[in-house]
Design a protein around this ligand. Sequence first.
Ligand code: RIB
Length: 302
Amino acid sequence: MSILVIGSLNMDISITTARIPNMGETVTGTAFSTRPGGKGGNQAIAVSRLGGNVDFLGVVGNDMYGEILRKNLQDNRVSFYGNVSANTATGAAVITVCDGDNCIILNSGANDLVTPELITENAWLFQKADYVVMQLEIPIETVLTAAKLAKENDCKVIVNPAPYKPLPKELLNYIDILIPNEHEASLLTGIPISNRASAESALTAIRNTGIDTVIITLGSQGSIYNIHENIFFCEARKTKCVDTTAAGDTYIGGLTTMLEKGHSFADAVAFATAAAAITVSGHGAADSIPTFDEVERFMTVK
Ligand code: RIB
């Protein structure tokens, strides 16, 4: 029983600012850091810290960042499969944190080398996986190839459509659970999400494309999800928000881990919500992801 995460590894170069500068303006920031990140790596680390067995398939460059990111996976008991490329730099993300929220500019680098061929070469990984989890910081044709292979191997497929890219029609046939945030859900549907009603409309519009289960994460508002025809809302947990980076990744890692362990969907959502609340209370991406025990304690206290 294991979870296979296929995706990106980035070095996150992050700074906190009281105000986003205008074009041509310089402002002084705080809390500068260079730390492990990447949606794929973060989700794999979340699975591992939250109690799941996880394999990771991705590509880094043959450089200092790549070495740090692979070591970080190893330190978190995530098995790394894939390549170290001699020709391309490791992925990097420039992150600005302001008022607890963040915006990110990504240099994909070696993540673009997570190709359909790499999936085929590592097809054996799908044979031992129950769940395959992907995001869109790797080429979309790779996500399609992997989702198809996952279905051939009876794996459940979870896709986090971040950053937003249009989803090929064929891919929709292979996705069991789609987890966009409110921005991605708006882009996928053309429905601006400003409240629970519009989130519900977007969720229904995505389900109408043929996807069985949809969760839209709504930041500090919580998340909205469906079980068959019924739509539910899960409030976010109140916590001090320092940096939202990797909150969505923690949610996805927590949800998948709980589902893989056989918990109900509602319990998995509640656990994922609590785990994400802990992540936003710390700085950085992978570094701020809690352990299973931390989430359990948090859920009993709060
Ligand atoms: O989801 C957060 C992640 O998005 C960051 O770690 C950054 O690398 C970007 O990929």
